[in-house]
Design a protein around this ligand. Structure first.
Ligand SMILES: Cc1cc2nc3c(=O)[nH]c(=O)nc-3n(C[C@H](O)[C@H](O)[C@H](O)COP(=O)(O)O)c2cc1C
Length: 214
């Protein structure tokens, strides 16, 4: 699997085509999966989509832990001691953990074209390492939809980070921004925040020309 991933990196397959607006409307978090497996080439396409995300200074300070084998996933769920949701989503045949690396950004922006040689974190208006990794995660979520699968982005409590890092030999400078469970949606939908709350209206969210409403 690893060799296959390396060979395929950078070559996003374009087998499935869907209108973009249909795609973003179809993407809804799925919290209940069958245990049906996902074909290896589909997994490659989904995770490779993450590499196509934008990044500040093209720092690309994100990396993905891809867990597609049963024993790997078991080891992952064993790390989720503080995640009450873990039990209900562990049937998903694929888990991708996107990690953000702040040092990749501090190093990149210390290069001559950027010139922040002091590597001072105060220079960053917001932590771009988390933003970029979140955008990469979104690419993965959307790729899952294109592949006719469902996905859930869920948080990993920071108490569980040390055991996660040690279980999978992840260096300390990589932060898991969350995890993505991917699989075939089961018929029963699990209620969530989105079940009981409406999506905000365009009028409430979009400020045309000025923040003040007329
Ligand atoms: C940063 C982030 C963290 C989230 N964490 C969880 C989580 O831990 N568990 C969960 O069920 N959903 C989680 N969600 C999913 C949100 O609940 C979901 O996106 C929201 O209710 C809107 O629903 P939709 O994505 O289906 O449109 C998370 C989403 C984001 C962006």
């Amino acid at each position: 699997m690893r060799a296959f991933l390396e060979v395929s990196a950078g070559n996003v397959a374009t087998t499935a085509v869907m209108d973009y607006y249909e795609l973003i409307n179809r993407r809804r978090m799925v919290r209940n999966f069958t245990d049906e497996s996902i074909e290896a080439d589909v997994i490659v396409r989904i995770v490779t989509a993450g590499l196509q995300g934008p990044s500040a200074g093209f720092s690309q300070g994100f990396e993905f832990l891809v867990l597609s084998e049963a024993d790997e996933r078991e080891a992952f769920w064993d790390c989720n001691e503080h995640n009450p949701q873990a039990e209900s989503i562990r049937t998903a045949p694929l888990v991708v953990v996107p990690f953000a690396c702040k040092d990749a950004y501090l190093d990149r922006y210390a290069e001559p074209d950027k010139g922040w040689t002091d590597r001072d974190e105060a220079r960053w208006p917001v932590p771009y390492w988390y933003i970029d990794t979140g955008m990469a995660a979104m690419h993965i979520l959307l790729a899952a939809v294109v592949e006719d699968l469902g996905a859930l982005f869920f948080g990993i409590p920071s108490e569980d980070w040390p055991v996660l890092r040690s279980t999978f030999a992840v260096p300390d400078e990589y932060d898991p921004i969350g995890a993505i469970a991917i699989g075939h949606p089961a018929e029963t939908r699990v209620p969530s925040s989105a079940t009981s709350r409406d999506r905000r209206s365009t009028d409430a969210v979009i400020h045309r020309g000025t923040w003040q409403s007329a």
